[in-house]
Ligand binder design. Sequence first.
Ligand code: EPZ
Length: 418
Amino acid sequence: MQFIIEGGKKLNGDIWVSGAKNAALPIIAATLLTDDECILDNVPRISDVETLLNILKSLGSAVAWTGEHQVTICNRNATFHNPDYQSVKSLRASILFFGSFLARFHTIDMIEPGGCIIGNRPLDTHFHALSKLGVRMEKKNGTYALSSDGLRGAEVVLLEASVTATENILMAAVYAQGVTVIKNAACEPHVQDLVTFLQKLGADIAGNGTTTLTVHGVSVLHGTVHTIIPDTIEAGTFLMLGIANKGKLRINNVIPEHMDVVLEKLKMMGAKFDVSDTTITTHSHGIMRAAKIDARPYPGIPTDLQSVFGVLATQIQGTTLIWDTLFEGRMGYVQELVRMGANAVICDPHRVLITGPTPLYGQEIRSFDLRAGAAMIIAGLIASGRTVINGAEIVSRGYERIVERLQAVGADIQQKDS
Ligand code: EPZ
């Protein structure tokens, strides 16, 4: 698939943020913790979500889209078998079934997960933490075999504030005998949304939004209705598109307090935008100044916005340091930006210096990971001339109807299924 973009058009109008992919994925996995019906609203219709829903269907669960963005799930008839090879290979987030499979079936075998190539993404944090709850892990010919004779509560100190490791431990702990204390937990908005969902099922969890979560094991959980939070990464992506394009974009369905540091940093750099309870509106702005952009665990700047800041930096007066303190493989987009005319120097696998402002010129480029792909769309929209983005399917994997939503605010972007 390709995106064909004619850049330089002023964008104007309303764009709606979809439900958060990284909240929907763990919450879909967590529905396995109850036999009752769960109704999820504001679920993005993206292939990553379909992949996890298909894994539930393969267990015999009842799964149906009961609205444009509503999915109804009932796992009453789910029987055990391991997630299929193709699903796991296509989507790293399949690892989110570790916790709920262990809680429900006490076992899961999974091959080495696939997904975006953005650096070494060790599962040590997951296995180290799960072992504290009584989970045995064996790795044999590329497959992880996890099992337990019954999960028991424990104090768990995460080796790093891993988002999916926090989520897996939470799901494993809700039925564990006794109390589990998770220290150094991730507290991203999507982790908080999972905790809220689990509490609505009847789980006993304290400390939501902090780095220490305390879970008292219970014996049964019931169904619920839950609305997935808006996607903070989409909101930040559209916000920086409006700023870089110098257009007037109103971004709807936003929870501004989920992106305090991003908003504060952009304001300090000179960006002008208005924030209401649920919208952010960009408007014409003065000269923006360069800054240090350091991607960190929440509440810091999300690593998933690092490449978007990189594109914005090409249009800013001065030299911006982009420092991804988490991933060492997320600078691939920089070489594509340089080919479009950017002035950038990669210092090491975590850091790049970008000096602006420089005009960008349309090119044929690639999208390296889901989030860099979205950043390259912005680069194409602000460049002059035609940009062709190859491997665009990786973007539509995580951004629902991205082409239509951008066309609706005046972008000249077409999708070509190669
Ligand atoms: C989740 O991945 C997200 N995926 C990723 O989004 C996101 O980039 C990442 O969290 C970080 O926010 C889902 O939620 C499905 P990690 P996860 O374990 O859990 C290092 C997307 O495009 N690290 O939190 O696999 C760690 O070693 C995807 O939506 C530290 O160095 O990520 C690993 O290399 C891409 N120190 C990387 O960061 C820390 O304190 C990510 O770690 C924590 C993590």
